[in-house]
Design a protein around this ligand. Sequence first.
Ligand SMILES: *Cc1c(COP(=O)(O)O)cnc(C)c1O
Length: 232
Amino acid sequence: MSRREELASNLDAVHDRIRAACDAAGRDVAEVGLVVVTKYFPASDVRLLADLGVTDVGENKHQEAQGKAAECADLGLRWHFIGGLQSNKAAAVAGYADVVESVDRLKLVPGLSRGAGERGAVVDCLVQVSLDPPGAGGRSGADPAQVPELAGAIAAAEHLRLVGVMAVAPLGEPPLPAFERLAQVAATLRADHPEARMISAGMSGDLEDAIRCGATRLRIGSSVLGTRPSIQ
Ligand SMILES: *Cc1c(COP(=O)(O)O)cnc(C)c1O
């Protein structure tokens, strides 16, 4: 099987899972967008995916993302930055990312807005919410109590648009209750910012639970591209 055929077949299987999960949840499949996470895989795969109809790709490391976005600039893809972000890299990330899904602290906002403005763009931002028990450390994300202030700062930034929340299911807990908590955080956010409707949740292992809890965007890597090299 060629790489193209392999990716096509994996994509079909993911779309089947999404359809089945939407049916089970009584949701319209058109409400659920797909970002294919291409981290660790070459630009040649991004090119094949674009040819197979993928419109949105996700990356989690600045240097890798910047290089691939430049190499694939002719494809008209939307680039989602989904990784941990250093504040001194924020402006650079907003120089190529159309969407930054991992805004988890106030310090990132000025740099993101400046980078977007320098490029003459408006960058969509999601507040990354920690679904870990308070004080657990570990995964990144704003504590739910910090979301209103962070969301307000994004909404007030000249070159940023607040579009919703993003989260990764915590380790050591089933994803469903965590995604239910995320849905609550998202509902609270929408009360203040009705336009911020996006809920980015669900990866290869838990997309069904995410769809059940109202996710409107999935970030799928390994189910489309295959197993990544060991370190993440
Ligand atoms: C890598 C990554 C994904 C994709 O994970 P898979 O399990 O490979 O589907 C989704 N979201 C984030 C934030 C990631 O870093």
